[in-house]
Design a protein. Structure first.
Length: 359
């Protein structure tokens, strides 16, 4: 767990002592990385800003020590992340399978970032679990699996990018953080905290952000690149989603659905629905929000759940929708048709009447 020794540092030199890795692990990792290694860095399937930011931030950091490093993602990610430094060197397992598998099989060290179990990488699960590489997990999701030799798992953390900063700090190497690394890490902290507003955002998060700006992250430009590059069709899709918004006031719940037909109509592209569920959660007196997105090619309905306060969407998703995540943000899926998925959701909800109204 996170050791909350939050000392005040006026000069930001050493922000916080934070570690779920003991001193011996840190010493061993320093030793491991003291000579050139073949390293792969892997995030979860459908990588988001934190997944891409953390893998690339660590990638640039390890490159500086002359390791042979590759970032391998399970599949593609949204266009609004396709400017992050080094992004053009990312390998995609679904389209470059042979090359990726060879790199994984030959890797001496594997960093797994922003996920807690190999099945979160989809089709990479087998090759990752068979790998002989020394595995280092850095992640902030609940209930991590026990596959890694070295684990830095902390569910209180705002983002994996924040943890990468702490990781580099544990290695006594924050001096190595340059504008490129700072830019990558800024992306994931910004996106996973909803631009620094979710509960996991702490004063330490802000101090790290200040450091990253000091080191050359251009905050306004990064924000613009991620949030202000919408297509007209994406906004029309948002309009459609908002007109599908339903509210169940007595259960303080709101939900949105998008059918495959609607997605096609507005020329849906990966990432277009990111953040839409937050509109449902922004309603006055609502503590639980969901979005159901039909994915006919995959034969599933993708579900995103968000909450305020103590209502755990992680537990809700684990119990009913084959997913998980964090207390206030989780994902899941359903193999039922869209309408039936929503009907199931509504029927389950009444069992949570007390929990939702006690919030
Ligand atoms: P989203 O709704 O944006 O897909 O996911 C919300 C959060 O839950 C993200 O941190 C995401 O990584 C995590 N998440 C999504 N699906 C799953 C899942 O099936 N299992 C776990 N453990 N976490 C998930
Ligand atoms: Mn994350």
């Amino acid at each position: 767990m996170y050791l909350s020794l939050k000392t005040r540092h006026s000069n930001f030199k050493k922000i916080v002592y934070s570690s779920s890795m003991n001193k011996q692990d840190i010493t061993s990792i320093k030793q491991l990385l003291s000579t050139e290694k073949k390293i792969v860095i892997v995030p979860h399937k459908n990588p988001d800003g934190d997944a891409i930011g953390s893998t690339l931030g660590l990638y640039h950091y390890l490159l500086k020590s002359n390791h042979q490093v590759h970032v391998i993602v399970p599949n593609d990610y949204p266009d609004f992340l396709k400017w992050i430094p080094g992004e053009d060197r990312i390998l995609k397992h679904d389209t470059q399978t042979t090359e990726c598998n060879t790199l994984i099989e030959n890797a001496e060290v594997m960093f797994t970032l922003d996920f807690n179990a190999f099945h979160r990488t989809g089709n990479m699960e087998t090759v990752l679990s068979e790998s002989k590489a020394i595995k280092i997990m850095i992640d902030h999701h609940q209930s991590p699996d026990d596959y890694a030799k070295y684990m830095f798992s902390d569910v209180s953390m705002s983002s994996t990018c924040e943890m990468i900063y702490h990781f580099i700090e544990m290695l006594d190497d924050t001096e190595a953080i340059d504008a490129t690394i700072a830019t990558c890490l800024y992306v994931g902290i910004m996106t996973d905290t909803g631009s620094f507003r979710f509960t996991a955002t702490t004063s330490t998060t802000h101090q790290i952000i200040a450091q990253l700006i000091e080191k050359g992250a251009n905050n306004a430009e990064i924000h613009n690149n991620i949030y202000d590059t919408n297509s007209y069709e994406r906004l029309q899709l948002l309009g459609c989603a908002l007109s599908n918004l339903k509210v169940i006031p007595e259960l303080r719940t709101a939900y949105i659905s998008l059918s495959q037909e609607e997605l096609y109509k507005y020329n849906y592209k990966k990432g277009d629905t990111e953040g839409v569920v937050n509109y449902a959660l922004s309603l006055n007196n609502i503590v639980f929000a969901a979005i159901f997105i039909e994915d006919k090619p995959e034969g599933i309905v993708k579900i995103s759940l968000r909450s305020k306060g103590n209502f755990s969407v992680n537990e809700f998703s684990r119990a009913h929708f084959n997913g998980g995540g964090h207390t206030n943000a989780a994902g899941g899926k359903s193999e039922l048709p869209l309408k039936e998925t929503i009907a199931k959701f509504i029927s389950i909800l009444s069992g949570y009447n007390k929990a939702l109204n006690d919030e």
